[in-house]
Design a protein around this ligand. Structure first.
Ligand SMILES: [Fe+2]
Length: 230
C-alpha cells in the first residue's frame, strides 16, 4: 500500500495520499491548494490516477485543494452530508463506505469542531480531521462548532475504536505525525476530564485568536476556489 503523509508548513496541515500500489488509483485526504503541484508530481512519479479527494470538514485556516485537483484530474470531490460546500460531487453520511479498488474508508460523523466534521476509518487507522488532534482537540468556537457535540464525537465514537487504532489528524503543531487511541485516552490533556460539562468548560475557556484569513478561507472553500481565481 502507498501511504504518504505530507505536511504543509504554512498551515501545519497533514495531507494523505493513499493507494493500493504503483500504477493504481489514488485518493487524497485534506489537500492544501498551494501544494497541488507537489501532489501532482507524486501522483505522476508513482503512475497513480487520482480518483477521489476528501475534506474532513470546511477548513478555516487554509484553502482546500479539492477543486484545483478536480480541475486538474477530474477526481470526485467528497465531503460529509452537512458540508456547506457548493462544489461537492458526493456527500457521505455516517457509516458509509468510500472505496478505491480494494481500499475502503468508513465515514464517521464527528461534529464538534464544525458541524460538518467527519472522521474516516481505514482498517488499522483513523483520519480524525480536527476533531481529535494529537494531545489536543480542535477548537469549537465557530462554524457551528459545539464542545458538547465534540465530547460525544470523541468519547462516544472515536475512543470506542480499538485501542491500537492509529490516529492521523489534519494538523499538528508540534511535529508529531500520528498516535493511537489508547495513547490519546491516557495522555491527551483535553481528555483527562470526568464529564461533558467539564469538557465544555475547558473548551469555552480557551480564548483563541481567530485564524488568519478565516473570513476569506471559509467562503473560498464553500465556493470551491481554484488557483486561477486566487
Ligand atoms: Fe479545522
Amino acid at each position: 500500500m502507498i501511504f504518504d503523509q505530507l505536511f504543509d508548513v504554512k498551515s501545519s496541515t497533514y495531507t494523505y495520499i493513499i493507494s493500493s500500489g504503483k500504477g493504481r488509483e489514488a485518493l487524497i485526504i485534506d489537500p492544501v491548494i498551494e501544494e497541488t503541484n507537489k501532489y501532482l508530481e507524486i501522483l505522476k512519479k508513482l503512475s497513480l490516477k487520482l480518483v477521489k479527494v476528501v475534506d474532513t470538514h470546511i477548513h478555516a485556516d487554509h484553502v482546500s485543494g479539492l477543486s484545483e485537483l478536480n480541475k486538474k484530474t477530474n477526481c470526485t470531490r467528497i465531503m460529509g452530508n452537512q458540508s456547506p460546500s457548493e462544489v461537492i460531487d458526493i456527500r457521505v453520511k455516517d457509516n458509509e463506505k468510500i472505496k478505491i479498488e480494494d481500499i475502503e474508508l468508513i465515514s464517521i460523523y464527528t461534529p464538534g469542531h464544525t458541524k460538518c466534521s467527519y472522521s474516516f476509518l481505514m482498517k488499522d487507522r483513523v483520519f480524525t480531521g480536527d476533531t481529535l488532534l494529537i494531545n489536543g482537540t480542535g477548537r469549537t468556537d465557530f462554524q457551528g462548532g459545539s464542545a458538547k457535540d465534540q465530547y460525544n464525537s470523541i468519547f462516544n465514537n472515536l475512543l470506542k475504536l480499538p485501542d491500537e487504532t492509529l490516529v492521523f489528524p489534519a494538523h499538528d503543531y508540534n511535529g508529531k505525525k500520528n498516535s493511537t487511541i489508547i495513547e490519546q485516552k491516557k495522555k491527551n490533556p483535553r481528555l483527562q476530564i470526568s464529564s461533558v460539562d467539564e469538557y465544555i468548560e475547558v473548551m469555552n475557556s480557551l480564548k483563541l485568536d481567530r485564524p488568519n484569513l478565516m473570513d476569506s478561507n471559509i467562503p473560498a472553500n464553500i465556493k470551491g476556489l481554484t488557483l486561477s481565481k486566487i
